[in-house]
Design a protein around this ligand. Structure first.
Ligand code: B12
Length: 216
């Protein structure tokens, strides 16, 4: 029964059906499924398929955009449930998160933020296409323990490195751990640019955040 629902969720993203995605997300919650499972087993499978079809040239930009809209609509419905899972506990630490300059891919970063909040971190999401200076300022303003930098384009990955360099220049690097991620990034890239952590997905991001901050 839940397998069928997950399949419909996946299909709603492939078809770019915003209203179906919202309805199915709510149906999943009503059926007692965990928000994380709804994402991972349903909607994320859909957006992955959309990406594959786009990569193969079978989908074009309008379908990509529409799929992303459906995905975002589903995440919005699930957000309160994800937040509630982390409510009422003492914060594990302050995190600032965003997608680097030149890059407007925000779905994965938003999911990472949601999962971190659910796990008990206090997260400030600074959005996408974020200039290096904004990251530095936010780390300072929030007195952040952790900075999360997402990049989905090979062309914007260097902005993760530039942000780390800017933190050093501002004298803030020692006070904050930096974790990077996003589909084209790797552990090797994280090591190369001097990041403290790397994670392949949102679940691993939570575990890595706890490890590098020595909490939880
Ligand atoms: C949706 C999407 C879009 C949407 C984004 C909508 C939005 N508001 O976010 C739109 C339509 C706007 C878009 C635009 C473009 N896109 Co696009 N897009 C995608 C797509 C299909 C899915 C990305 C996604 O949301 N995945 C689902 C999430 C859940 O996964 P994720 O992002 O990887 O995140 C997970 C992990 O990576 C990790 N993670 C992510 N961030 C972080 C951060 C940290 C700190 C950590 C620890 C972990 C972590 O955890 C997440 C959750 O598990 C991918 C294909 C793909 N399979 O990745 C292409 C893709 C990324 N796009 C691509 C391209 C080329 C573009 C465009 C240049 C297209 C164009 N010609 O205009 C533009 C670029 C615009 C820009 N300047 O940024 C290419 C990139 C190629 C490359 N290697 O550089 C891809 C790979 C498609 C392809 N196969 O060619 N895109």
């Amino acid at each position: 029964m839940s397998e069928e629902l997950y399949e419909q969720m996946k299909q709603s993203v492939i078809d770019g059906e915003v209203e179906d995605a919202e309805r199915l997300a709510q149906e999943g919650l009503d059926a007692g499924l965990a928000a994380g499972d709804i994402l991972d087993k349903g909607f994320v499978k859909g957006i992955e398929e959309v990406g594959d079809l786009f990569g193969k040239g079978e989908f074009f930009l309008p379908e990509l955009v529409q799929g992303a809209e459906a995905m975002k609509a589903a995440v919005a419905v699930l957000q309160p449930a994800i937040d509630a899972a982390g409510g009422g506990r003492q914060s594990l630490g302050k995190a600032v998160a965003g997608t680097v300059a030149g890059d407007i891919h925000e779905i994965g970063k938003t999911i990472v933020c949601s999962m971190l909040s659910a796990a008990g971190f206090t997260v400030t999401d600074v959005g996408c296409d974020v200039p290096v200076e904004t990251f530095v300022q936010k780390v300072k303003d929030e007195n952040a323990d952790l900075l999360l930098l997402s990049a989905l384009l090979t062309t914007t990955m260097p902005n993760q490195q530039k942000t780390i360099e800017a933190l050093k220049a501002a004298g803030l690097r020692d006070g904050v751990k930096v974790m990077i991620g996003g589909a084209p990034t790797t552990r090797a890239w994280a090591d190369e640019i001097g990041a403290d952590g790397y994670a392949e997905d949102a679940i691993e991001a939570v575990a890595t955040a706890k490890t590098i901050l020595g909490v939880g």
